[in-house]
Design a binder for this molecule. Structure first.
Ligand code: MV4
Length: 463
């Protein structure tokens, strides 16, 4: 096992990794930017090293600064957290060449999974269903039109270097397909330096289901069940839960087995997530693989009792998984709400600044992962997530009740947060029924507006 680890990240995930290190008896070193000097991870880690200015290009994305910090602190491994360099194959390679263990998959696996079109073909090779579409990259308009004719509209054009909602265009007819194809190529070139795109049938109202897997360096792979992440706004997840509402054990086994096949096909090692879209008829299709720890990993930790970050560190140090699939048990239902410093009543405008009031929930069956505290300042440079609330109930309704009371206990100010939005979502009948798909937020925000208008017109009927 390692004796000292560098954490190449900030915020709540840096704290999460410090906690895992401490429980494993590992010395933790965090890096920080000047904007994070007074942050909780800097206080809580065993050591902290300043690596640059506030903007992430001058700190958390600065590979030479990170490697220098690792050399100075004399660590054996680097945990990248999520975001920043977590899925950067080049960074993983540099770590390797400096004899520092990158806590994550091999650079080849990151590269392969990062090429979304290639990953899709690897999935088909092992018999995992993919969304009907092109066989690999499409290079000209004629080809695109020919495939669209076969599939029928709507059609999605996706950048092979994209993912997570970046570089996706939808077309509803031949004319729109040509322009979607050309702009997708141009935007992909600008955003990723890679203009390659592929085509898929665009599924309406799919659910976003992802499977957490753990793979050790000895070829053992297990899955930790699914998470339903369908409640998103502009490809930013708001709420995640496990198990997925309405999933039966047969579907869980099928999709779990498919995820394990994909992980094995990519020669995957460490923790990873396989994303699927699931339609109304319970057909599931592989979409992409994320080669990192995910923000929403706590919901899986709550229902399985497995500490995913500790497992990542054990796997990176060469240890074998010490349980098999049949030993993994799923208990109750977990829901996570992401609390962002944003104003939900003003188009989700970021709301950085000093936190004067910080009253956060406690009591049974609620977990708070957060780097916030009274007097903390949320810098403007980074992601706006300031806390994750995770409720663990006997069943879905129980978890929702726990979350609603936790949200009600919370008082954060004067910065604006998305707490009020979560209270609204959790009270919507559609959410209560578990009838969520990726259109849920748009449809419900429109409904919300309509309800407000109706209640102004006929106040006596608004009850
Ligand atoms: C799709 C899709 C429907 N059909 N692909 C958006 C995020 C990126 N990972 C892929 N995304 C989608 N790809 C096909 N062929 C619908 C989405 C999508 C979506 C997926 C998951 C969660 C929320 C979403 C919101 C809009 C669209």
């Amino acid at each position: 096992m390692f004796s000292k680890i560098l954490i190449a990240n900030r915020g709540e995930v840096a704290l999460r990794i410090i906690r895992a290190c401490r429980e494993l008896g590992i010395v933790s070193v965090v890096v920080f930017s000047k904007a994070d000097r007074d942050s909780l991870p800097v206080r809580m880690a065993d050591e902290a090293i300043c690596i640059g200015e506030g903007p992430s290009s001058q700190s958390y994305l600065n590979i030479p600064a990170l490697i220098s910090a690792a050399e100075i602190a004399d660590v054996e491994a680097i945990h990248p957290g999520y975001g920043f360099l977590a899925e950067n194959a080049h960074f993983a390679e540099i770590c390797e060449s400096c004899q520092i263990k990158f806590i994550g998959p091999k650079p080849e696996s990151i590269r392969l999974a990062g090429d979304k079109s290639q990953a899709r073909l690897e999935a088909t090779k092992v018999g995992v269903p993919i969304i009907p579409g092109s066989k690999g990259i499409i290079t000209n308009q004629e080809e695109a039109l020919k495939i669209a004719k076969k599939l029928g509209y709507p059609i999605a054009v996706k950048a092979t270097a994209g993912g997570g909602g970046k570089g996706i265009k939808v077309a509803h007819n031949d004319g729109k397909l040509i322009s979607a194809f050309l702009t997708a190529q141009a935007e992909a070139e600008a955003a990723f330096g890679n203009r390659e795109v592929y085509i898929e049938k665009y599924l309406k109202e799919p659910r976003h289901i992802e499977i957490q897997i753990l793979a050790d360096s000895h070829g053992n792979v297990v899955h930790l069940g699914e998470r339903d992440c369908s409640v998103q706004r502009r490809h930013q997840k708001l709420i995640e839960e496990s198990p997925a509402p309405g999933f039966n054990s047969k579907l869980r086994k099928q999709i779990g087995d498919a995820a394990i096949k994909v992980a094995k096909a990519l020669k995957y090692e460490n923790a990873g997530t396989i994303e699927f879209l699931v339609d109304h008829d319970e057909n599931f299709y592989f979409m992409e693989m994320n080669t990192r720890l995910q923000v929403e990993h706590p919901v899986t930790e709550m229902v399985t009792g497995i500490d995913i970050v500790k497992e990542q560190i054990r796997i990176a140090s060469g240890e074998k998984l010490n349980y098999t699939q049949d030993k993994i048990q799923f208990t109750g239902h977990a829901i996570e709400c992401r609390i962002n410093a944003e104003d939900p009543d003003n188009n989700f405008m970021p709301s950085p600044g000093r936190i004067d009031t910080w009253i956060i929930p406690g009591g049974p069956r609620i977990r708070i992962d957060s780097h916030g505290f009274q007097g903390a300042t949320i810098p403007p440079y980074y992601d706006s997530m300031i806390a994750k609330f995770i409720a663990h109930g006997r069943d879905r309704n129980d978890a929702i009740s726990i979350m609603l009371r936790a949200l009600k206990e919370s008082v954060i100010g004067p910065i604006k947060t998305t707490i009020s939005l979560h209270e609204k979502i959790l009270n919507r009948p559609r959410f209560r029924q578990g009838a969520v798909n990726t259109n849920f937020i748009d449809m419900n925000m429109i409904q919300e507006k309509q309800d407000q208008i109706d209640s102004r017109k006929k106040p006596h009927e608004s009850l």
